[in-house]
Design a protein around this ligand. Structure first.
Ligand SMILES: Nc1ncnc2c1ncn2[C@@H]1O[C@H](COP(=O)(O)OP(=O)(O)OP(=O)(O)O)[C@@H](O)[C@H]1O
Ligand SMILES: O=P(O)(O)OC[C@H]1O[C@H](OP(=O)(O)OP(=O)(O)O)[C@H](O)[C@@H]1O
Length: 213
């Protein structure tokens, strides 16, 4: 089918909320598209839709390169990856924030070290404030870094605040709030604009009716 639309879905935390919201908006998502399954691509030929499962950080890459027409991804990933894609809609799901945190008794040093999974966001944030920091990229358990002396500060996702609290860390500044977004490939958006507009509008209506929140 020529006007098959391919949608990149993020595995993990966002997946279920995104699927629920999209189903509510009328997307025919089969049960086969599930995190319990090992199947990565699920196609619904009669609806002209194909879905695939990707790591959240990779969703904008698939969309920029046109291997997916649409994608669902956190704003944190969009800010970090800086991919050339259109952001069509705030889906208002999976809310959290990106914050600077650290030990409460930390004394400022000349070139503090900042550990994070989001090196670009951290770098930009401190540069805009004229603060010289050394950013150290980690892949997870970021809260460990100040506890064991790897870094003075962290830049990480905060949701309930439980991880910070249980590790004796305090949230110092919020860099930005985060929700998941619907994104589109630039040329798909031109070539398949009618279908994409219809899908985006039905999702927008569901979001504004408070769907899945
Ligand atoms: N408490 C939270 N921690 C991390 N991400 C959250 C949280 N709450 C919502 N999110 C959203 O979920 C996305 C991350 O999902 P998830 O943790 O499943 O993926 P991941 O970062 O690739 O995880 P991992 O590397 O542990 O597999 C983020 O991009 C963010 O938009
Ligand atoms: O404020 P909270 O509700 O505690 O959530 C925030 C925590 O959740 C995420 O970690 P995740 O569980 O993805 O593990 P990771 O550290 O291995 O990335 C994030 O990096 C924080 O550590």
């Amino acid at each position: 089918m020529n006007d098959m639309l391919t949608i990149a879905m993020p595995k993990g935390r966002i997946f279920e909320e995104a699927v629920n919201l999209m189903r509510e908006a009328g997307f025919p998502i089969p049960d086969e598209l599930s995190e319990d399954s090992r199947k990565l691509i699920v196609t619904v030929p009669e609806a002209g839709l194909s879905f695939f499962l990707a790591k959240p950080m990779d969703v904008p890459t698939y969309v920029e390169y046109g291997t997916a027409d649409l994608g669902v991804v956190g704003k944190d990933v969009l800010l970090e990856e800086e991919r050339d894609v259109y952001e069509l809609l705030d889906l208002r799901i999976s809310p959290c924030r990106i914050s600077v945190a650290g030990l409460p008794d930390w004394q400022p040093t000349l070139h503090p070290r900042v550990a994070t999974k989001y090196p670009r966001i951290a770098d930009r944030y401190f540069r805009e404030r004229g603060q010289q920091v050394e950013v150290i990229r980690l892949n997870g358990s970021i809260e460990l870094a100040p506890l064991i002396g790897l870094a003075d500060r962290i830049v990480d996702i905060v949701s309930t605040g439980r991880t910070l609290k249980e590790n004796g860390l305090v949230e110092l500044e919020t860099i930005t709030t985060v929700t998941s977004r619907l994104i589109a490939n630039r040329s798909s958006y031109r070539m398949k604009s009618e279908r994409i507009d219809v899908l985006t509008r039905s999702l927008a209506d569901t979001v504004h009716q408070g769907g899945s929140v």
